[in-house]
Design a protein around this ligand. Structure first.
Ligand SMILES: [Zn+2]
Ligand SMILES: [Zn+2]
Ligand SMILES: [Zn+2]
Length: 68
C-alpha cells in the first residue's frame, strides 16, 4: 500500500540496495542477491535469493534460515 520511493543518485556506478536484505551490493555479489534458490519445503522463502533471511521459526533451509 504505502510505497516509499527511494531517491536514486544518478551517474557513476549504479548501486541499488537489495530488495531482500537491504544491503547495497556490487557486481560480485549479484548472484547472491538476485539468483533464486530453490530451497524446498519452506513456502515462505522458496525461490528467494541466498541473502534472504527467513524469519519463519519452522524454516529448515540451510541457506535461508535466519541467523540472529
Ligand atoms: Zn540481498
Ligand atoms: Zn529457503
Ligand atoms: Zn524458510
Amino acid at each position: 500500500m504505502n510505497q516509499s520511493s527511494v531517491p536514486q543518485q544518478g551517474g557513476g556506478l549504479e548501486q541499488l540496495p537489495c530488495l531482500y536484505c537491504g544491503e547495497t551490493y556490487g557486481p560480485g555479489d549479484l548472484a547472491l542477491h538476485t539468483e533464486p534458490v530453490h530451497c524446498g519445503p519452506c513456502i515462505t522463502c522458496v525461490d528467494k535469493p541466498a541473502c534472504f533471511s527467513c524469519r519463519l521459526m519452522y524454516c529448515v533451509c540451510d541457506v535461508h534460515r535466519y541467523r540472529g
